[in-house]
Design a protein around this ligand. Structure first.
Ligand SMILES: Nc1ncnc2c1ncn2[C@@H]1O[C@H](COP(=O)(O)OP(=O)(O)OP(=O)(O)O)[C@@H](O)[C@H]1O
Ligand SMILES: [Mg+2]
Ligand SMILES: [Zn+2]
Length: 490
């Protein structure tokens, strides 16, 4: 039996106390990695993000550029006096700040320049309780007096390790005068002092500070890297989740490791230790990628009904429509990259077994069709939030999408047009080739007088006038209209 963790929030600190009877806890034995083994198990649950906070640089995923540079600095003894760690939420800044502090003060630092993770210093730093490491949250201590107070102890010798280390998190929140108070010490601290600043908003940090620190940018972690990390953690936690489930979780996290682990916590709380894709769809209100690919495949074949049924399901099941449209936009982007890269999927953040089917869909739409798709979908996503009838907006977009795959390319249209022009003795002006996506847009968006009604025969039959000349088909007429509107052709 599981207790419900759905409402728990994974804070930076990550520990949450909940009141559930011990007998109801799954996974009471949280293993050697557990940070709070001494606490009564029945009252605490350590969220995955905290339980699996890396204790070594080697456990940090997705940041090899940072890890290599730091290891190198340790190896050569060229450790800067001040670091700035920047990057989006939950990518490892605070973790790395503590790792740097551990590595600097660990008496058993290995040949690989990793902190041992076992000694008192390493353990205290990991808990945020070491006397030589001062952690300060600038969000709640942003005033000049807060900084002055912290810096009072800057000349004090370290109690145990080689360095006194000042970690200032969310440093962009400091007031201007607080930054100024920091400036001088940051540039020339005593030899036993190191500063590690961390922020999600480097652009809010004054140039004067930026020029005095060594900066490391943490990047968003790819879905593939996240899936591997989630799989490792599931394995350790005896959670049986297939790759597509982990991928769905990873993709929602948009590159944040903390976010991915928080979502896994939530999913397991809801579904138990065998979460499926259906569980993930329910708990996060999302539509999984295999189903989105299926939708696009149907639309590519002109199946408007599939689109309408999809919209019905999304609205009736109370999913977050904008979120679903966002997933469709991301999928279209992947399809575009796939089409543009010649289709081998190399270098794309995609599992290899999904490539062939996605390739089929990409082929069906073609690169230009996909560009048009991406535009329509992102436009729809923007409009849907403020539309009086969002359902109609989504339905009409999906119906339009079902027409994209069946539209003729401009080359075909123009050659028909020119053919018709020649046959009609010049009544219809021949037109040169230009962007056909524009023609598609015009013919779909602006409801032309002679609407495009794609049909199996390529847009209706051409007629024959009494003097035997061929008259254009509906598709040809629509194309002429669209081209005239665009280029002002007579
Ligand atoms: N690169 C990473 N590799 C492995 N785990 C990570 C990584 N980044 C974050 N985590 C996980 O997420 C948790 C939070 O990470 P951390 O506090 O370092 O993020 P942060 O970048 O400081 O985020 P914020 O900007 O919100 O302060 C960690 O305890 C760890 O479990
Ligand atoms: Mg942080
Ligand atoms: Zn150590």
């Amino acid at each position: 039996m599981l207790f419900n963790r759905t409402a728990l929030v994974c804070t930076d600190d990550g520990n949450v106390t909940i009141g559930v009877p011990g007998s109801a806890l799954r996974g009471v034995d949280l293993g050697p990695l557990r940070e709070s083994n001494t606490r009564p198990m029945a009252e605490t649950y350590t969220v995955l993000a905290r339980k699996y906070r890396p204790r070594r640089f080697a456990d940090l995923i997705g940041q090899p550029h940072v890890v290599d540079a730091l290891r190198n600095a340790m190896a050569t003894g060229r450790v800067a006096q001040a670091f700035l760690l920047t990057g989006s939420r939950g990518t490892g800044k605070t973790t790395s700040a503590r790792l740097i502090a551990s590595a600097l003060n660990c008496p058993n630092r290995g040949k690989d320049h990793e902190p041992c993770g076992e000694c008192e210093s390493c353990r205290d730093i990991a808990r945020g309780e070491d006397l030589d490491v001062m952690e300060m949250d600038a969000a709640s201590n942003s005033r000049v007096d807060d900084i002055r107070q912290r810096l009072e102890s800057v000349d004090t010798r370290p109690a145990r390790g080689a360095f006194r280390i000042f970690i200032i998190d969310e440093v962009h929140m400091l007031s201007t005068s607080a930054f100024n108070a920091l400036l001088k010490t940051l540039e020339e601290p005593p030899p036993h002092v190191k500063f590690i600043l961390a922020t999600t908003n480097p652009e809010k940090i004054p140039e004067t500070i930026l020029s005095r620190v060594q900066r490391y940018d943490f990047r968003r972690v790819t879905a593939t890297e996240l899936v591997a990390r989630l799989a490792m953690i599931c394995n350790a936690e005896k959670i049986h989740a297939d790759e597509p489930v982990l991928r769905a979780v990873a993709e929602m996290a948009e590159g944040g490791v903390r976010d991915a682990l928080g979502r896994l916590d939530q999913l397991v709380a809801f579904a138990g230790d065998k979460p499926t894709l259906e569980h993930a769809e329910k708990v996060f209100g999302l539509v999984s990628r295999p189903r989105l690919v299926e939708l696009l495949q149907a639309l590519a074949q002109g199946d408007a009904r599939h689109g309408l049924l999809f919209a019905e399901e999304v609205f009736d099941s109370g999913k977050d429509v904008a979120e679903v449209l966002g997933s469709l936009v991301s999928l279209t982007r992947l399809l575009m990259l796939l089409a543009a890269s010649g289709g081998d999927g190399k270098g794309l953040d995609l599992p290899a077994d999904e490539v062939p089917q996605m390739h089929k869909v990409a082929d069906r739409f073609g690169l230009q069709g996909l560009v048009y798709l991406a535009e329509l979908l992102s436009d729809c996503r923007q409009r849907v939030r403020r539309a009086a009838f969002p359902r109609v907006v989504v339905e009409s977009t999906l119906v339009k999408l079902s027409m994209v795959g069946r539209l003729e390319t401009l080359e075909v249209l123009l050659s028909r047009l020119n053919e018709a022009s020649a046959d009609s003795g010049g009544d219809i002006s021949p037109v040169s080739q230009e962007s056909d996506s524009e023609v598609k847009r015009q013919s779909l968006n602006s409801a032309p007088k002679a609407p495009v009604t794609p049909a199996a025969d390529g847009g209706g039959k051409a007629g024959i006038t009494s003097d035997g000349a061929r008259t254009p088909t509906e598709v040809e007429r629509a194309a002429v209209e669209a081209v005239r509107r665009k280029f002002g052709a007579k």
